[in-house]
Ligand binder design. Structure first.
Ligand code: GDP
Length: 526
């Protein structure tokens, strides 16, 4: 094994998908705790807040109890290196989440034992399905009364169309919660409610026939033995290949807040979850073990550190070895750039990267030349695919309070729209700035951030646009005609692509009929 294939094989890059409140933040924190990346529980939220303490926008996030930022946390566990990509929690930021899910090799689904499969989990599963992303499942909050485990697994199978294979099984629930039985190690991990700020092991009993079980559980011991026999007969066995194909999900039970059941999950996760997978580019598929470095940008975030006013492009390494100071080709603009101060995301701190390997995420300082979807290589012309932009569904015109601050407004709005959660359109015929978003909350976020980060006060006014389509046409003369005749409804997006802004559906349909050779697309590949 070469150093490269060895390092690639050690990586586990994943994201957590869940409905808000199911326990994603708590699970994240406990994973970091086990990974030794943090010492005290409570630091995940604390860390986020401290890093942005001066930003009003984060105040808003706290007030609303949502997470609009997404970050990357790297931690070692056993001999593996885990990269956990955080996904924004609120439904309005689904595009951002979508793109994060293009950068992972697997996902962890967290489900609340009392609530079962919820609406946002369904949506996120649909996204995972597009790439057959392998999914592990953690059923959380067993310290509370919830639904029967069997019934929950049936629900997952019915609604999410994925087979369930229990790996651990809960013993009781709520006040009677005694622990979990690991169906494959045949060990019982006894539950003890803990504040959860330290990694306490708790008692482990080996084997269902251990007399210790009778001693502790009395009559419940016999019931448990029967139940386990029943479960083993009635449920799917773990099938690693089916898991890797995204057809079967291993299921774990526990209580994240009590730090319980997470160890079992993490142990099996690092063992079975896939290492970095080959990635499709327009030209060919790229294997992680190829020597030359390749990667793509799946996320951009402005002003992560308000003191530095930086814009960070998050690049997933797809192949090769990244070393500090390396020269990379920025394929879209065809230029070589030296990457002197890329950043890493070791959970404890943001620091400079010395090395990165396939599956790792590095942060590149972006001075406006990097866009979501950009590919970097050591010279080869490659373009990774599958990172789309969706047509927004809500539109507003930006109105400036102080007209003298137009320059700052333009700068701010362009930088914020580069992040991809909202999109900027400039009509061909007017000087308007139109922002499109998938959710109303986006406009509030943009307004807050314009003020906090760029010192610009702006309002958003209704505008007569109902939907947007990116337009292309193979016949450049016809496209020219279209550009002239439909100019009133045409604009350019932030990267200069032509878009048709339709006041309503009927208008869009009529325009399509009139111009059958022009293509109107609801998504655009970056
Ligand atoms: P997120 O919105 O998915 O990130 O969820 P959080 O991790 O913020 O958790 C939502 C709420 O559920 C918080 O009040 C947590 O304290 C609580 N919670 C998380 N895990 C557990 C658990 O295992 N048991 C109980 N009873 N509550 C939990």
């Amino acid at each position: 094994m070469t150093k490269l294939s060895d390092e690639a094989a050690r990586r586990r890059t994943f994201a957590i998908i869940s409905h808000p409140d199911a326990g994603k933040t708590t699970v994240t924190e406990k994973l970091l705790l086990f990974g030794g990346a943090i010492q005290v529980a409570g630091t995940v939220k604390g860390r986020k807040a401290a890093a942005h303490a001066t930003s009003d926008w984060m105040e808003m996030e706290k007030e609303r109890g949502i997470s609009v930022t997404s970050s990357v946390m790297q931690f070692p566990y056993k001999d593996r290196v885990v990269n956990l990509l955080d996904t924004p929690g609120h439904a309005d930021f689904s595009e951002d989440t979508y793109r994060v899910l293009t950068a992972v090799d697997s996902a962890l689904m967290v489900i609340d034992v009392a609530k079962g499969v919820e609406e946002r989990t369904i949506k996120l599963m649909e996204v995972c399905r597009l790439r057959d992303t392998p999914i592990m499942t953690f059923i959380n909050k067993l310290d509370r009364e919830g639904r029967e485990p069997m019934e929950l697994m049936d629900e997952v199978e019915d609604i999410l169309k994925i087979r369930c294979a229990p790996i651990t099984w809960p013993i009781g629930m709520g006040k009677r919660f005694k622990g979990v039985y690991h169906l494959y190690n045949e060990s019982i991990h006894l539950f003890s409610a803990s504040a959860g700020s330290k990694v306490s092991e708790g008692e482990i009993i080996q084997g269902l026939d251990s007399p210790r079980l009778d001693e502790l559980f009395g009559d419940m011991a016999a019931e448990l033995r029967e139940e386990i026999e029943l479960i083993q007969g009635a449920s799917n066995p773990f099938d690693k290949d089916a898991y890797l194909r995204g057809e079967l999900t291993p299921v774990f039970f526990g209580s994240a807040i009590n730090n319980f059941g997470i160890r079992e999950l993490l142990d099996d996760f690092v063992e079975h979850a896939p290492p970095p997978q080959p990635r499709e580019a327009e030209q060919r598929a790229v294997e992680p073990n190829e020597e030359p470095l390749t990667g793509f940008v799946f996320k951009i975030q402005a002003n992560m550190d308000p003191n530095h006013r930086d814009r960070i492009a998050f690049m997933r390494v797809c192949s090769g070895h990244f070393e500090r100071g390396m020269k990379l080709k920025h394929v879209r603009i065809g230029k070589d750039v030296r990457i002197a101060n890329a950043i890493t995301f070791m959970a404890s701190d943001r620091g400079n990267v010395e090395d990165a390997w396939p599956g790792d995420i590095i942060g590149l300082h972006n001075h406006g030349t990097i866009q979501i979807g950009d590919t970097f290589t050591e010279g080869e012309v490659l373009k990774f695919t599958g990172i789309p932009n969706f047509a927004p569904e809500l539109f507003r015109r930006v109105v400036l309070r102080d007209p003298l601050r137009m320059k700052q407004l333009q700068k701010g709005i362009v930088q914020l729209c580069e992040e991809g959660a909202s999109q900027l359109f400039r009509p061909l015929n007017t000087n308007d700035l139109i922002v499109g978003a998938v959710g109303m909350l986006q406009f509030d976020v943009v307004a807050h951030r314009l003020k906090a980060e760029y010192g610009v006060e702006a309002r958003f006014e209704p505008v007569n646009v109902a939907t947007a389509r990116w337009v292309t046409c193979d016949d450049s003369k016809m496209l020219g005609d279209f550009r002239r005749k439909a100019a009133e409804n045409l604009s350019e997006d932030v990267t200069g692509n032509l878009t048709y802004l339709a006041p309503n559906r009927v208008n869009l349909d009529l325009t399509r009929e009139r111009w059958p050779d022009v293509r109107f697309m609801a998504t655009r590949e970056h």
